[in-house]
Structure formats: C-alpha cells, structure tokens
Design a protein around this ligand. Structure first.
Ligand code: 7RM
Length: 629
C-alpha cells in the first residue's frame, strides 16, 4: 500500500487512471471486510450516484482497532498532551483504546442509539472526542462532530438539520489560559432541539454544570458500568460513517455525508503515502477533530495505519509561542502536520521561541487548510525542518474526505506554494468559465476532478439536490471544487484560492452569506456585504460593509453589537476584522451586489476596480473608497 519511490508513484498513478477498479480493488484487499464487494465501483456524476465496494460489509473500528490488537495491544495509539504541560502525559495503547471505545459504545446503546441514528459530538480536543467518534462507528451510528468554537445557535442548526438523538459533550474545555463552557452551550442549544433525548457529559474542567435529570448522564459513571467489549455492527460499505457540516456559498451550512468503506480505504492509503509513515514513528496533526482534517488525519487515517499520534489539547501560543516546538521535542515527533496560519503566527513571534528546541526528531512536515505563501513555506523549511524535512503541502476539502493533491514525502520533489501532483486515483482537470477543459501546462482555471475516488462526498444530508447543484452541476460530468488553480510548466498544481463566496479565515471555511445573515440580525443594519481580504496571519480577514441609515448608537457601539451578533449566531471565528459603514452597496441593475468590486476595495486595489459600467449607481463606489478602513 505504501509507495517507496517516485517511479512507483508514477506507475501506480498510471494504473489508477487506466484501470481504477483494479487499482482500488487491490488496495481494498488490505482491510478486514465482513463480506467482500461484488463490484468495485458504480457511478455517475449526473445524479450523482457514487458507490464504492458495492455490497461489501465492514466495521471501520475493527480496522482501526481490533485488527491491530494481536501485534500492537500495548503499542501507543495516542499520546495525550494536555493544555497545560505536565510530566504525566497520558499514553493510550491500542488495547486501552479498544476498551474505552467499547464501553462508550455500550453506553450509547443503552441510551437507545442504534444503527443509522445521528449523534452530535461537541467536545474539547481530548482523547474522549476520538473515543466518541469511534464508539458511534462501532455500533453503526452516524457521528456529527461540531467544532467546539461554534455557538449555541450554530449547534442548534446542525443538530436539527440531521436530527441528532444524543449529544456527547464535556463540562468545559481548557484553551490556553481560558476555560470555555461547553455543557452550558449545549443546554442553551437543547431548548431548541426536540430530537435530542440524552446527553453524556465528560468531566474535563471540573466545573459545576447543570444536569437535567433523566436527560443528562455522567460519562465516567456510565462507561464504568459497561464491559470493555462490544461486538462491531457491520454496515454496508455505502452506509454513512459521518456527517460534517461545512460552509458553502449560501447562509446554511451543508452536512457533507461520508461513506464507510471508501472513506476507510482512501484515508488510510493517503495517510500512509503522503506522510510516508513508518512503523514506530510519532505523528502529530494539530487540527481540531471538529474539522475534516481531524476526522481523516487524527482519527481514522492514523488508526487504520496502526500509527502512534499526539492529541494536543492546547493552542500554539500558550504558555508561549514555543509550545509546538516543545511538544515536538518532548514526544520526539517525527511527522508534524499543521496549518499555514499557525506557521505565520509563530513566525511573527520570532525565532527566540524556536531556539531552545532541537527538533531533531522531525522527518516530515505538512501543511493544510489554505494556500501556504512562499515566505511561510521557507520559514517552516528552514527553521523547523532545518532544510532536511520534505514539506507536504496537502490540498483537499471536507467534501473530498482525504488529501487529493500533495507531494508524497521524500518521493515527490517539492516546490514552495505548490501542492504538486495528484495522488493515485485522482484525475484533476482545469476548466474555463464555459466548462471547457484547459489542456497542457502553464495554464490556469477552475479545479475539477474527472473521476470518482473512494472518499468523496456522497450527498449533503437530507438534500441530495443541493449536493448535485453545488458540486456536479456547474460543469457536466465533473466534480467542481470551488477552487482556482494553476498548472505550471512541469505539470505541478498550485491552488490559488476559492472562486466562490467562501472565505478561508485561519484555515476555517466560512461563507460570506453566513456572516451577512448574522450581521443582518442587528436591528439597525438594513443591508450588508461581506468579503475576504488578504491578512498577514489569518490568510484572509473578514471585511464587512454595512448600511445603517438610522441609529441612536455610535459607530463603536454598533461595531461591538455586530461582533456580538456574529459571535452568538456563528462563533468568534467568524467575527469581521473590519466593519465599514456605507450609504449604499455597488449593485447591478438587477439588484445583485457586485462583490468583485467590494473585494478589490477591501484588498486595496483601488486603481483597478474593473468594469463598473453596469452599476445602478456608480457614485456609491466613491463613498466606499473614501471611507475604506
Ligand atoms: C482540508 C480542508 C477546503 C478549502 C479548499 C481550499 C483550501 C485546503 C489547501 C487549500 C491551498 C492547500 N478542508 N485549502 N488545503 N488551499 N492549498 N494545501 O481545509 O473544507 O475546510 O477547506 O481550503 O480553498 O477548497 S476545508
């Protein structure tokens, strides 16, 4: 399954495009299936219908855990590094992982959860979050992890959309020098979530939290009552494994649905090949389990590969900006996978925070979530990798389930800013706005994928039409990523960023429409428009233009209230960096806001606003430009 040379990659790539079914068939044979498939692939992008390993049955946790027990019962699956550095860090062996997951799965059963039921997971970055995902998968339940930074309202929207029955949470979370309430947020949300019958609350911070008799149960009390074994429930390869909500160009986040069999095969394959994980190495992905990176490359990929990984509860800058480097030395991390925004923030903090650490254990560095600028790439390469660790710039999406375009560490020659080449099985295509394929090298276009891969999105929960419309309708017979992309003279891919109304703030995907509708909730705001603009640390910042014709408040008061509204409706990650009050917005005669112009202004490209002749009232531009923040 693991490619050893660049030539082997080229060979695998060729086979994977000439005969994808044969290619994936032989990779899938490396897993435990309760029942084999009778057809590798059944698909069309018109509906879309995508089925991998048809009619096979499996349980992914058997592949993540049980399969490793004969050899690795005492091998560490996770090293838990707490928010506050301590010497009693926790090593969780594969056997312990097995026992914890089984006990929790038994509790879920007792709470009435059965195959196909949805379970919401709203947890800090602690091992229990991973146990929670696996416990669901153990019994065929579908998990929906909601990032702990989302607000009660965001939780309500996600719980109700997929009708979750149970919520797994904790009293609170440690985050740097702060304690973040979680159960209180869940309580607030559950006033509006009739589908939820029970919660299970893990005691992390020890804070006193309200318990509703009959509804809320204590995690440890309940798990301790259960036996440490639970037979895996076998499900169809195409039965859903999880739902993960992600932002698109409308105000309502969509529930991306991932399957079980295909997702298993691809996350394991991509993990082993991109990072070139070797037995006994220590791997650390700094993502939160609330994002797809946490799902595929903290929980499933590494466990499927039998790896040892670090789970980190803290933040990069607490107690100081040397925290990542301290943890790398402490646990002798070999493979380190993080986001450009973190790299830029730590670069800004200065090299004094890097100097105390040797970083000699590092072998491979990874980047994910947004384009990595060349400067950050070189800083990472020089100061962290000491010019001896390949950097894998991994391009992928919530919808793709796994890494699609990336160097294979040590095999593919890297180039700063380039995600380089597609993994085996991935057929990228660049198209122009008419949907015509742009062939050859040294070209630029919209990035699409021509052929299915095992971990791709199957549907958007409860709304298959939305899935079709969003990803498969823009260009006939292609999956459209929403990203712009260049292919250079040697065929290397460089992702240039979103071409739709999705922003990427510190690697978090946020729709402009979501932020707009949160701002519009303010009673004095009659209309607003939100765009992303370049930000030194975050990659993109949020720029909001608001029309407030009548108000009794000062601008400072209004700004604060708008920020509060966004925090309440979405979460602090979506707070605008800049709010400009304007009299009007640039609109076409048909009333459409011309974001292109607003984006240019926010970017500071004032001399080159493009064609403004179709504007209803060109004078608004002048006012906006004059008032630019
Ligand atoms: C994994 C993840 C997806 C969007 C995607 C891109 C951007 C992600 C890279 C990247 C340039 C990269 N999933 N993106 N990785 N852009 N280079 N290596 O981030 O669903 O949250 O976001 O992120 O725009 O479409 S996501």
């Amino acid at each position: 399954m693991q490619l050893q040379t660049f030539e082997a990659y080229l060979e695998a790539y060729e086979l994977s495009t000439k005969n994808p079914e044969q290619f994936w068939h032989s990779i899938a044979e490396g897993f435990i299936w309760q029942q084999p498939w009778n057809k590798v692939l059944n698909w069309n992008f018109k509906d879309p219908t995508i089925q991998w390993f048809c009619n096979a049955r499996l349980n992914i946790t058997e592949n993540c855990i049980d399969r490793h027990l004969p050899q690795k019962a005492n091998t560490t699956a996770f090293i838990f590094e707490e928010n506050e550095s301590s010497n009693n860090h926790l090593h969780i062996s594969y056997q312990q992982l097995h026992d914890e997951v089984c006990r929790l799965a038994n509790v879920l059963k007792q709470l009435g959860v059965t195959k196909g039921n949805r379970v919401c997971i709203y947890m800090p970055m602690i091992p229990q979050a991973v146990y929670a995902m696996l416990a669901c998968a153990r019994i065929g339940a579908v998990h929906s992890v909601v990032f702990g930074g989302f607000s009660a309202q965001a939780l309500v929207d996600r719980i109700n959309d997929s009708q979750c029955k149970v919520v797994l949470t904790s009293d609170g979370a440690f985050r740097g020098n702060k304690k973040i309430p979680m159960k209180a947020t869940v309580d607030e949300a559950l006033q509006h979530c009739p589908s939820v019958t029970h919660t299970l609350v893990y005691n992390r911070t020890g804070d006193n939290v309200a318990k509703q008799e009959g509804r809320d149960f204590d995690w440890e009390t309940e798990t301790q009552k259960q036996p440490a074994s639970c037979a895996p429930v076998y499900i169809d390869s195409e039965d859903p494994l999880f739902i993960l909500y992600t932002s698109g160009s409308t105000g309502k986040p969509k529930g991306v649905v991932h399957s079980s069999g295909g997702y298993m095969v691809y996350t394991c394959y991509s993990f082993l090949n991109v990072f070139q994980y070797q037995a006994n190495q220590v791997y650390w992905c700094t993502a939160d389990v609330g994002w797809i990176t946490g799902h595929s490359y903290i929980t499933y990929g590494p466990l499927l590969a039998g790896a040892t990984s670090v789970i980190f509860e803290g933040i990069p800058t607490y107690p100081n900006a040397g925290r990542f480097w301290e943890v790398i030395d402490k646990h002798q991390v070999n493979i380190f996978y993080t986001a450009p925004t973190a790299i830029r923030a730590l670069e800004a903090a200065g090299l004094d925070f890097v100097k105390p650490y040797s970083l000699a254990s590092l072998k491979v560095l990874g980047s994910v979530g947004e384009p990595i600028n060349e400067e950050a790439w070189h800083w990472y390469d020089t100061n962290i990798g000491k010019n001896r660790c390949p950097i894998v710039d991994t391009w992928w999406q919530t919808e793709t389930g796994g890494i699609l375009i990336s160097p294979l560490a040590g095999l593919t020659k890297t180039k700063p800013g380039f995600a380089t080449l597609p993994l085996p099985g991935i057929q990228p295509v660049l198209v122009n706005d008419k949907g015509e394929e742009i062939e050859g090298n040294n070209v630029e276009g919209n990035l699409c994928i021509r052929f299915p891969w095992p971990s791709m999105i199957r549907t958007t929960f409860g709304d298959h039409e939305r899935c079709r419309h969003n990803y498969f309708a823009t260009y006939t017979n292609l999956y459209f990523t929403g990203d712009g992309c260049k292919r250079d003279e040697e065929g290397y891919y460089r992702i240039t960023g979103r071409v739709d109304d999705v922003m990427n703030i510190s690697g978090h995907r946020i729709g402009t429409a979501e932020v707009e509708s949160a701002i519009d909730e303010h009673e004095d705001v009659v209309e607003c428009a939100v765009v992303g603009y370049p930000h030194d640390i975050k990659g993109q910042g949020i720029y909001a233009y608001c029309i407030v014709p009548h108000t009794t408040k000062t601008e400072a008061e209004l700004r604060q209230e708008i920020l509060n509204s966004v925090t309440q409706l979405i979460g602090a990650i979506a707070k605008p960096d800049k709010i400009q009050f304007v009299k009007g917005l640039p609109k076409t005669r048909s009333g459409k806001i011309m974001r292109r112009i607003l984006r240019k202004i926010a970017e500071g490209e004032l001399s080159n606003l493009g064609d403004t002749s179709t504007l209803l009232d060109p004078t608004v531009i002048e006012e906006i430009v004059t008032g630019k923040l």
